[in-house]
Write a protein that binds this ligand. Structure first.
Ligand code: MN
Length: 235
C-alpha cells in the first residue's frame, strides 16, 4: 500500500524556462494570454478595436525555451491544416495579488521574453462558430515557443519598441509595443480582478496584425527590441 501523502504516480517536475545569460531557470505556474490587444489585429479578426481585454490560458508545459542564438524545432501539431503564428511580448511575474491597480501591477514583472502564441486557426474558427471553448485551438502541446527570459533589472520596463516576425525571410508581422490597446500594467491589473496572480505566472500580451499560416519546413524569426531574436523551424 502507498504510504499516505506519497504521489500516486511518479512526481511531475515543475516546468521551467531558460533565462538569458544565466544558468538559472524560471518556474512556470500558469500561462494567461490576452486576446485582441492591438487594434490592427483586432480589426483583422473582425472586432472594432477598443473592448475590455479578454483572456484565455495555456497549460504551463505548452511553453518551451529556445536558447539564445539557436534555432528551435516547432512541431506541427495534429488536427489542423491552418497553424498560425502570433508574435507576442511575454511577461513573467515575480509577484502577484488580487485587484491590483495598474501602478501595483507595474511592480509585478520579473522579466520579458519573445513568445509565439501558436494557434490552430481552423479549430478556433469552428469553436467560435459553435460557441465552444478555445483550448484545442490555443492550448495544444508546444503551442508557446519562447526565447529566454530577460530580467527587468537588465532591460528595464518595456512599454515601447518594435515587435516583428519573419517567415522564410519575409516580414509578416510588424508593430510596436506602444500600440497595445491595454498596456502591460493595465492588462495585469484587469487580469488580477479575475484570478489571483502569483510568482511564476506568464502573460502573453497579444499580437499585432499580420498573423498567417506556416507549413512544415518554414523558418520563423521573431524579434522584439531589447529581447533579441527567437528562431524556429516548423518540423
Ligand atoms: Mn495571441
Amino acid at each position: 500500500m502507498t504510504p499516505p501523502g506519497d504521489p500516486a504516480v511518479p512526481s511531475v517536475p515543475v516546468h521551467t524556462l531558460a533565462i538569458a545569460a544565466s544558468g538559472a531557470r524560471f518556474p512556470v505556474r500558469r500561462i494567461y494570454c490576452v486576446g485582441r490587444n492591438y487594434a490592427d489585429h483586432a480589426r483583422e479578426m473582425g472586432a472594432s478595436g477598443r473592448e475590455l481585454p479578454f483572456f484565455f490560458a495555456k497549460p504551463a508545459d505548452a511553453a518551451f525555451s529556445v536558447p539564445e542564438g539557436a534555432c528551435g524545432d516547432l512541431p506541427y501539431p495534429p488536427a489542423t491544416a491552418d497553424l498560425h503564428h502570433e508574435v507576442e511580448l511575454v511577461v513573467a511575474l515575480a509577484s502577484g495579488g488580487r485587484n491590483l491597480s495598474p501602478e501595483q501591477a507595474a511592480q509585478t514583472p520579473w522579466g520579458y521574453a519573445i513568445g509565439l502564441d501558436m494557434t490552430r486557426r481552423d479549430l478556433q474558427a469552428a469553436a467560435k462558430k459553435a460557441g465552444r471553448p478555445w483550448e484545442t485551438a490555443k492550448a495544444f502541446d508546444f503551442s508557446a515557443p519562447m526565447g529566454p527570459l530577460h530580467p527587468v533589472r537588465a532591460v528595464g520596463a518595456l512599454s515601447s519598441g518594435a515587435i516583428e516576425l519573419w517567415v522564410n525571410g519575409q516580414l509578416r508581422q510588424s508593430g510596436d509595443l506602444a500600440d497595445m490597446i491595454w498596456s502591460v500594467p493595465e492588462a495585469i491589473a484587469y487580469l488580477s480582478t479575475l484570478f489571483e496572480l502569483r510568482a511564476g505566472d506568464l502573460l502573453f500580451t497579444g499580437t499585432p496584425a499580420g498573423v498567417g499560416a506556416v507549413q512544415v519546413g518554414d523558418r520563423l524569426e521573431a524579434r522584439i527590441e531589447r529581447l533579441g531574436m527567437l528562431r524556429l523551424q516548423v518540423v
